[in-house]
Design a protein around this ligand. Structure first.
Ligand code: PLP
Length: 332
């Protein structure tokens, strides 16, 4: 398995720390819980998209692009990190923002990530939910070309096989950290959305010969849809790194029971999880992804599905900038 051969630009602070969470562990009275701090990747308040963008932007640079085109929800963490990367690499950034959450509040449409997108001078275009974004991004690319620019499209969440290389690297990095710290980990837990994180981790970990179980907590789709999405991207990514077939279908497990009424819609369990981690560990999670995944992990411990004596690692994918946009809905 080889990721060094792909075009890459340095954007992230790596390796990110792997830390124990003693107060959360004690509070829940179950397994030892660790956190992989990908909220500390460093770019524009950090998060998981930065690792992926090292490869997406690397490919864009190698193709001579001067304008990045991408898509996300209004409060997309991916768009915020892409807009920042484009600034750093002296590129323009055209953003297609999807109105994915019904009846957004004033803070939702103006604060948090979207405020940062504006600070990074991204050109924001808004579209209704359900737009065909492949077609819409192709139209923007034509417009950029017609004006003499060289566009490069980064898909939503940078979740194609190129972006997923960032999480192949994270999987390898985690195994090295377990080794260095003498940790025998029983389960890796992550939020899973556009699937690049989960797929890349599976390839990095299985491709290194480890059978560490990986559990993704879904944030938008039903279980069968999410697992297929992750499996298909993992298979494609495995081919790209010359480890075809290293991930089997049964390696991909997503639990989609903690979404609540929809993508980006707060749940009581998410609210409890975000406040719990803040008040016990001084850590900030987010309402859309990591907060719902945490709610899932906490429930697994309470149900005894993760037990005392085990060691669990929760991948912190970042997103705390989104908290400001949800100020009205967090029950404080
Ligand atoms: C995008 C995102 C995720 C999900 O990662 P995918 O690779 O899209 O599955 C999880 N957490 C946060 C904070 C994110 O921004």
């Amino acid at each position: 398995m080889q990721i060094d051969a792909f075009p890459r630009v340095a954007l992230a602070h790596l390796p990110t720390p792997l830390e124990h969470m003693p107060r959360l562990t004690e509070h829940l009275g179950g397994p030892d819980i660790f956190v992989k701090r990908d909220d500390c990747t460093g770019l524009a308040t950090g998060g998981n998209k930065t690792r992926k963008l090292e490869f997406s932007m690397g490919e864009a640079m190698s193709r001579g692009a001067d304008t990045i085109i991408t898509v996300g929800a209004i409060q997309s963490n991916h768009v915020r990190q892409t807009a920042a990367a484009a600034c750093k690499l002296e590129m323009a950034c055209e953003v297609l923002l999807e109105h994915r959450v019904g009846h957004p509040s004033e803070t939702y449409t103006s604060s948090g990530n979207v405020l940062l997108d504006r600070i990074f001078a991204a050109n924001l275009r808004e579209y209704p939910g359900g737009t065909n974004f492949d077609a819409a991004m192709a139209m923007v690319a034509d417009e950029v070309s017609a004006n003499g620019g060289t566009p490069y499209i980064v898909p939503g969440g940078a979740s194609n096989s190129v972006g997923a290389l960032g999480y192949v690297g994270c999987g390898i990095e985690l195994l090295q950290q377990f080794n260095e710290q003498g940790l025998a980990i029983d389960h890796l837990v992550t939020a899973t959305g556009s699937a690049g994180t989960h797929a890349g981790l599976a390839v990095g970990i299985r491709g290194s010969g480890s059978d560490l179980p990986i559990l993704g907590f879904g944030v938008n789709a039903a279980q069968d849809v999410q697992e297929e999405r992750v499996y298909s991207l993992a298979s494609e990514t495995a081919e790209l790194v010359d480890a075809p077939g290293c991930v089997r279908r049964e390696d991909i497990v997503a639990d989609c029971n903690y979404i609540g009424s929809g993508y980006g819609v707060p749940t009581a369990a998410m609210n409890e999880a975000v406040l719990m981690l803040a008040r016990l560990e001084g850590l900030l999670f987010d309402p859309v992804y990591s907060g719902k995944a945490l709610a899932g992990m906490i429930d697994y411990v309470r149900q005894g599905r993760f037990e005392k004596g085990q060691k669990i690692v929760f991948l912190h994918t970042g997103g705390s900038a989104g908290l400001f946009a949800y100020a009205d809905t967090l029950r404080l």
